[in-house]
Ligand binder design. Structure first.
Ligand SMILES: [Ca+2]
Ligand SMILES: [Ca+2]
Length: 399
């Protein structure tokens, strides 16, 4: 359990992106497995009712989400046009993706949503789940939804837990694609699909460390530049909330590549603070990139049900900017529920306007220090004020 509790995405994405780790499965219609899989999703009628309650949708672009979790089920936002026929291997709504009835899994070759494999293994294979499952994304989704039935979650899996498993990498006979180009494309496609479903918020609790010679930094930067262009031009009405990362570094000087560094108006970069409002030791920071801070230490949220005997008790505490980002995504969703007419620009302005302002001394090497006198400057930072931000948005009521 130790790994679980201390896990956050900076470690998840330490080196590379792997494709082809998920074995192909044959799904025979009418088979026991096929029936079990179909049953694990909502029926068309149920999904229609659940969808209707969702006033704002958040795309959770991550490692996938346990859509069967009792605390997440009512948040899952289905693509009804595809759900009607479930796995018919056809693109029923002509969006270029087959059977994308619940977000999309970009990491599997089988084209099925995540968790399909887990279902086939009886739902209790902890080791397998750890490597392939949706622990990180499930936790993030729980924070983003925060049990508000008006918030829909559209889950996308753009990375698999196996991406960070060196043993698995070495043993794998599949080609390893160590390219951030692929990840940038998955993120772009997720945003495209989320847009069609009407999502106004996307959460990206991820980043890539191009170290160990796997990735060319130049290539990575080019891919992210393209992604930035897409985000600013194709989805100006969607606010992309991103994690600042857990390298204890100024984002503008770090060697990692993150959506957080995409400096465009509708990308918000979130760092982590503790309960006292002090910047978390692991959190990245930086005047140029980090827009706002939010709680990111020991945050209790949902984890895949395979981890607990009682599915409703599948919860764990995790720390990281990965947890701070969906906190802000939730606040943004709540603001948009109050005032759907707010533009992404206005949302960002209100978030910053209503935020708490904190000051911290910076040491000579530029790191925030809470004590000590050998400092060279002061770093002012903002912490999201959930209550005030939502109230302020409500005062801008669109009606
Ligand atoms: Ca489709
Ligand atoms: Ca289909």
């Amino acid at each position: 359990m130790k790994n679980l509790l201390s896990f956050y995405l900076a470690t998840l994405l330490s080196s590379s992106i792997v494709l082809g780790q998920v074995p192909n499965q044959t799904f025979k219609p009418g088979s026991r497995e096929f029936k079990a899989l179909n049953k694990s999703y909502e029926t068309y009628e149920n999904a229609k009712k659940i969808n209707a309650k969702h006033k704002v949708k958040i795309a959770v672009i991550d490692t996938g989400v346990d859509y069967k979790h009792p605390l997440l089920r009512k948040h899952m936002h289905y693509n009804l046009k595809e759900l009607k026929s479930k796995f018919d291997k056809k693109d029923n709504d002509s969006n270029n993706f087959k059977d994308d009835f619940l977000g999309y899994d970009f990491t599997g070759l089988d084209g099925l949503p995540y968790y399909a494999l887990l279902d086939f293994r009886g739902g209790r294979d902890m080791e397998f789940e750890y490597k392939n499952g949706a622990s990180h994304g499930t936790h993030v989704a729980g924070i983003a939804a925060n049990r508000d039935e008006r918030i829909g979650i559209i889950p996308f899996r753009v990375i698999s837990m196996a991406d960070n498993d060196e043993t698995r990498l070495r043993e794998s006979r599949n080609p390893v694609i160590r390219s951030i180009k692929i990840l940038a494309q998955y993120i772009k496609d997720s945003i495209y699909l989320a847009k069609i479903q009407g999502a106004r918020v996307a959460n990206l609790s991820l980043g890539v460390n191009p170290g160990e010679g796997y990735l060319s930094e130049a290539e990575s930067k080019t891919s992210f530049k393209k992604l930035r262009k897409y985000i600013s031009s194709a989805v100006p009405d969607m606010l992309i909330v991103t994690a600042a990362g857990n390298e204890s570094t100024d984002v503008s000087t770090g060697s990692f590549i993150q959506p957080c560094q995409l400096r465009t108006k509708n990308v918000l970069c979130v760092g982590s603070v503790n309960k006292k409002g002090i910047i978390s030791g692991f959190s990245n920071y930086g005047i140029q990139h980090v827009d706002i801070f939010a709680p990111g230490e020991e945050i209790v949220s949902t984890i895949p049900t395979a981890y607990a005997d009682d599915p409703s008790m599948a919860l764990a505490a995790k720390s990281g900017t990965s947890m701070a980002s969906p906190y802000v995504a939730h606040v943004v969703a709540r603001m948009l529920i109050e005032a759907p007419c707010l533009s992404t620009d206005e949302v960002v302005k209100i978030l910053k306007h209503t935020a708490f302002t904190q000051k911290v001394k910076l040491s000579r090497d530029g790191k925030p220090v809470s004590i000590g006198n050998s400092h060279s400057s002061i770093y002012k930072y903002k912490i999201v004020n959930k209550k005030k931000a939502i109230e302020f948005a409500a005062s801008k009521s669109c009606r």
